[in-house]
Design a protein around this ligand. Sequence first.
Ligand code: PL4
Length: 402
Amino acid sequence: MIVRNPNIANLKAGYLFPEISRRCREFAATHPSAVRIISLGIGDTTEPISLHICDGLINGARRLGSIGGYSGYQDEGLLELREKISEVFYESKFGADEIFISDGAKCDIGRLQMLFGAGIEAVVQDPSYPVYVDGSVLTGAAGAWQGNGYHGVSYLPCIAENDYFPDLSPIPENSLIYFCSPNNPTGAVSTREQLLKLVKTALGKGCIIIFDAAYSEFIRDTSLPKSIFEIEGAEQCAIEIQSFSKPAGFTGVRLGWSVVPKTLKYAEGESINADWARLCGTIFNGASNIAQAGALAALDPDGLKEMRRLTDFYLGNAYRIKNALQNIGVSSVGGGDSPYIWAQFPGRDSWDVFTEILEKCRIVTTPGVGFGPSGQSFIRFSSFGRRADVEEACMRLRDLRN
Ligand code: PL4
């Protein structure tokens, strides 16, 4: 008989988001009520894809139905889309062969973990998107659970006392640093100075940064960087992953990209870009042609306006949730340049607060500790929701005072 992969056995529990869904189903089954449960938990988009971008998808599908418009495998992505991404997001400083179209940021994280393999030490912001750590456990880069974290992972606390930007001094040499800004879950957006410190640290210690910019389109403060490649030196030490999921409503359509500069090298001088092309060419057959047609529409002037309107809408939800929390005396950060609000319940256990909000308000949230040890006593509120649901949820939050 085949034996179980020991890396899978090292995972301490189920993946956070299915676990939340499971607890909600269990709650609904044991607490029948006419009052509907509202989800401000998983960060999944709710608004329909806007007209122009939707037309892009439809036209992409229609083209596949004609001899002249038909296309098959597009392993590394449509050339036109890769060039457009470079132009719109990176002032055309990257060649098309430095941009890889993917089926989303999460999938790219998994493939990058395969690229760097088991022999690398992982560094994460604590709290952070659980895929960075769980995926590292799956590839063997991280080991067994040790009570307050996984063996081989360096957790960098991002807490109120450091304004949610970590002390970088514990970063080990030659490690892989996962860094997300705007951050999921804290909503903190790193400043130019902070990212410069991060890049300098990575260069000084021989590290590679995997910069997750999935929420960059929510940044409204123009002084804040949207890409790690706005920072000098990043082309020698960073990979950026990005996504159409949130700004275009593509969580189900699936489309993202990675930027792997040709200037990025391993210790012996070999090209990381060449290895990434080799790995993606081997285990990934490219993103959907239809999704790519939608993305091209999203990046023309009308599409960019639609993405702005959509992100404005969710930021409007965030504003309402933040106010509602403030009105009941709960302090929170985030929400201004990010779709997540990070609310503090001092001295409380995150899962207990999650249960209390579910029981008293019939609202699903995400317990902060699910994102890492420093998330204890926090709750993440997602602003992805229908406006009427968010307004109803804001009213119901008053019941937390009782
Ligand atoms: C639930 C920092 C959400 N089933 O859609 P993708 O793959 O392009 O992007 C996923 C992603 C990448 N990077 C960050 C993210 O926060 C996300 C999406 N996170 C959340 O609620 O935290 C959706 C989670 C989904 C999942 O497991 O990713």
